[in-house]
Design a protein around this ligand. Structure first.
Ligand SMILES: NCc1[nH]cc(CCC(=O)O)c1CC(=O)O
Ligand SMILES: [Mg+2]
Length: 322
């Protein structure tokens, strides 16, 4: 076996998978304040004003990263129990989408559909008196949120909430609104993961959520067959792309989903995965570039067509440098 590993030329010839800039989606946090605000648990990641977002979009375009995915960070005083600002025409994400599509029409714009940044309780949906997350009432407002993003010009809406039936409802609403080409990237197999911690600080839902959890709607990390049932439903309801989340601890799920359905399949290298690599690198314990590129390549090997990663711009630069 070692003959083929002996030289760089033969290693290159037998290489089965490659990571390219075409595989990358860059998640960004957009706030209603001026300038940039660092997210302490995610070194290198800032919350951005719309003006700063346009600067980042310019870099992404220049690096040929295909798409950004937007997360809104509303001012705390705009949060309500029912998260109505999530579908406001002049909401932060809606304004950001319009600004992006006007300046960089070629850059793909994906929006996150879920209520958690906008609710006082930090849950992705609406609650009943007992604090249980209501399914159908939530689907109704998520549909409004998705529609408001699409009407602002989003190319792709990405529901990350894990309510049942939301993909079908959003697909019908898009058709009815005369937006048949808006794509849906479904967070299909999204696990109730502790690796989302830094993200919740970034969007400001951590404090609201407190000791709360999302176990009644996000998947149990112990399950694998269930991921196939979830993904199959989203495809039947009209998803264009499916996603597995988190990434590295769930490569087995990614492989199963890709093999079972052959769909455009995405994976999210989540905030906690990013934070681990950054922290180890900052301590001099790991080589940041080598470990980040290795993790991203592992997603490709496991079947991903694309990767949502906070390393997207750095990875694009590293790949360009060769
Ligand atoms: N709708 C919430 C949402 N959308 C994306 C992430 C996590 C992303 C990350 O950790 O990088 C989460 C967190 C959660 O479900 O609590
Ligand atoms: Mg589902």
């Amino acid at each position: 076996m070692r003959r083929m590993r002996r030289d760089e030329f033969s290693r290159r010839l037998m290489r089965e998978h490659t990571l390219t800039t075409d595989d990358l989606i860059y998640p960004v946090f957009v706030h209603e304040r001026d300038g940039r605000e660092a997210v302490p648990s995610m070194p290198g990641v800032d919350r951005l004003s719309i003006e700063e977002l346009l600067r980042v979009a310019e870099q992404a375009s220049e690096l040929r990263v295909p798409a950004l995915t937007l997360f809104g960070v509303p001012d705390v005083d705009k949060k309500t129990a029912d998260g109505t600002v999530a579908w406001a025409e002049d909401g932060i994400v809606q304004r950001a989408v319009r600004a992006l599509k006007q300046r960089f029409p070629e850059l793909g714009v994906i929006t996150d559909v879920a209520l958690d940044p906008y609710t006082t309780h930090g849950q992705d949906g609406l609650l009943d008196e007992d604090g249980y997350i209501l399914n159908d009432a939530t689907v109704e407002v998520l549909t409004r949120q998705a529609l408001s993003h699409a009407q602002a010009g989003a190319d792709v809406v990405a529901p990350s909430d894990m309510m049942d039936g939301r993909i079908g409802a959003i697909r019908v609403a898009l058709e009815d609104a005369g937006l048949p080409n808006t794509r849906i990237l479904a967070y299909s197999a999204k696990y109730a993961s502790a690796f989302y911690g830094p993200f919740r600080s970034a969007v400001g839902s951590a404090a609201a959520l407190g000791k709360g959890n999302k176990f009644t709607y996000q998947m149990d990390p112990a399950n694998s067959d269930e991921a196939l049932r979830e993904t199959g439903l989203d495809i039947d309801e009209g998803a264009d792309m499916v996603m597995v989340k988190p990434g590295l601890p769930y490569l087995d799920i990614l492989r199963r989903v890709k093999d079972a359905f052959g769909m455009p399949t995405f994976v999210y290298q989540v905030s906690g995965e990013y934070a681990m690599l950054k922290a180890a690198a900052a301590n001099g314990w790991l080589d940041e570039r080598a470990t980040a590129l290795e993790a991203l390549l592992a997603f490709k090997r496991a079947g991903a067509d694309g990767i949502l990663t906070y390393f997207a711009l750095d990875a694009a630069r590293w790949l360009r440098e060769g």
